[in-house]
Design a protein around this ligand. Structure first.
Ligand code: GLU
Length: 484
């Protein structure tokens, strides 16, 4: 599952709604570009949205009608791409907003997809596995009949409340109803590795969050401006949400020598300024059903309260709308790293802008998931695992070089030293290594691009990220000749 913290209402804050808020950020960025109004309107619009109601049989024999959606925001690239979330709060406005964020996210990291998002209005915790399977299969069937799924049409992935199990059901259902399609595996990403998934997809969003934060902390002048030392090491981090994104981000940040001082989940939060071990906290929660009571910590009543803890980096990694006008003035973090989609409302954003702080925006920071989804989709279309053809060759090649060096400098080498060198140097990259390297390169490169725009236009990181997306999407419309 991609996250587990309780849903918040993103619309509570504003009559704009969530999609309206995304569009406001878009408009603010668009004002710094010189694209024609028509082009900007086309980029901003949500192309298609479908709503369905379908019956499913509960385990007790009763019939329940379930509501689902899929929105395709932009077709400037195809297929469209984006997750499917299972949450009671799913609605048209949210699906449109999240599909728009997907379009911008893909553009920012140069992943050649349009944006989409889907959702089913259920609280997955209230359904048995068999019921969830029936819901997922029926939802997939509805998508297929409406032409909202397919390797070249629209490719779902996990999101809040769904994971690789649901993706395997989607793939299997699509396979059963479609004609023989060699590329059918590529109809969905985030699948289990044994069923066409790619190694490294599960942790990809969290891993990308880590690379993004590490990049931000690596610029000395940016850190000095914020009154921080450059580098991630020793930075105090508070993280909200121990779902797939939050857990992996926290774990990898900890490995990168950040100091995880606060962790929040549905039941509340814990705080320990001397640092928490993420895996120990997760193990404790599994055993006790709550993070509260973890040895040596201060317990905090609510997840929301944890957002106000003093820290260097705050990572909201659950759902949208958790930082509002109400709590924005009390946020003490110097960097807010948006691992979740839309955790800060537009109004709260205005308040935070007044502070000496930096926001690393969601459209960039959580793009690791879709980046690795792209690698999975490519793997499915090429029908070969990344690294399968080249790994052994790379190893042999490095070994050949070492042996040649050995011959040139024969007297310094002996077989034992040679053996050790061969082991250390002649390493052929496996799929996980390639995926991670591709992700690191993508996140680093995109950060550099956004930062450059920020400096050039004198804007904040979010506006810079939107400008990057708008320029790239406008560029592809212009290339298509739709807007000469
Ligand atoms: N649901 C994830 C997101 O919001 C992943 C989407 C994908 O991999 O297509 O970015």
């Amino acid at each position: 599952m991609e996250a587990t913290t309780a849903p918040a209402n993103a619309q509570a804050e504003s009559s704009l709604g969530f999609f309206g808020q995304v569009n406001r950020m878009f408009d603010e960025a668009a004002a710094h570009t010189d694209h024609a109004r028509g082009v900007l309107h086309q980029i901003r619009a949500c192309d298609n949205i479908v709503r369905m109601e379908f019956p499913i049989k509960r385990d007790d024999g009763t019939i329940q009608v379930v509501r689902g959606y899929r929105g395709e925001h932009s077709h400037h690239m195809q297929p469209t791409k984006g997750g499917i979330r299972y949450a009671p709060s799913v609605n048209v406005d949210e699906v449109m907003a999240l599909s728009a964020l997907m379009s911008y996210k893909c553009a920012i990291v140069d992943v050649p997809f349009g944006g989409a998002k889907g959702g089913v209005c259920i609280d997955a915790r209230n359904y048995s596995q068999a019921e969830l399977e029936r819901i997922t299969r029926r939802y997939t069937f509805e998508l297929a009949r409406k032409d909202y799924i397919g390797p070249g049409t629209d490719v779902p992935a996990p999101d809040y409340g769904t994971g690789e199990r649901e993706m395997a059901w989607i793939m299997d259902t699509f396979n059963q109803i479609g004609d023989e399609d060699l590329n059918a595996l590529a109809c969905v990403t985030g699948k289990p590795v044994g069923q066409g998934g790619v190694r490294g997809r599960t942790e990809a969003t969290g891993q990308g969050v880590y690379y993004g934060i590490r990049e931000a902390c690596s610029y000395e002048e940016d850190m000095r401006r914020l009154g921080l030392e450059p580098g991630l090491e020793g930075k105090d981090v508070v993280i909200q949400g121990l779902g797939n994104v939050g857990y992996h981000a926290a774990r990898i940040l900890e490995q990168g020598n950040a100091n995880i001082i606060g962790i929040a989940e549905i039941e509340g939060a814990i705080y320990d300024p001397s640092g928490l071990s993420v895996d120990d906290v997760v193990a404790y929660r599994e055993e006790n059903g709550s993070i509260h009571g973890f040895p040596g910590v201060r317990n905090i009543d609510t997840s929301a309260k944890a957002l106000e803890l003093p820290c260097d980096i705050l990572v909201p990694a659950a759902l949208e709308g958790v930082i509002t006008t109400e709590n924005a003035p009390s946020i003490q973090a110097t960097i807010v790293a948006e691992a979740a989609n839309g955790p800060i409302t537009t109004q709260a954003d205005e308040i935070l802008k007044e502070k000496t702080m930096m926001i690393i925006p969601d459209v960039y920071l959580n793009a690791g998931g879709v980046t690795v989804s792209y690698f999975e989709w490519l793997r499915n279309l090429s029908h070969v695992r990344h690294g399968r053809m080249s790994r052994r060759f790379e190893e042999r090649n490095a070994e050949r070089i070492l042996r040649a060096v050995d011959e040139l400098t024969a007297e310094d080498f002996n077989e034992e030293l040679m053996g050790r060198l061969v082991e250390q140097v002649s390493f052929g990259a496996g799929e996980r290594d390639l995926v991670r390297a591709g992700l690191e390169d993508t996140m680093t490169h995109a950060y550099g691009e956004i930062r450059e725009i920020r400096e050039e236009k004198n804007v904040d990181m979010r506006t810079a990220a939107f400008i990057s997306a708008i320029d790239k999407i406008a560029g592809s419309y212009e290339q298509m000749g739709i807007f000469p």
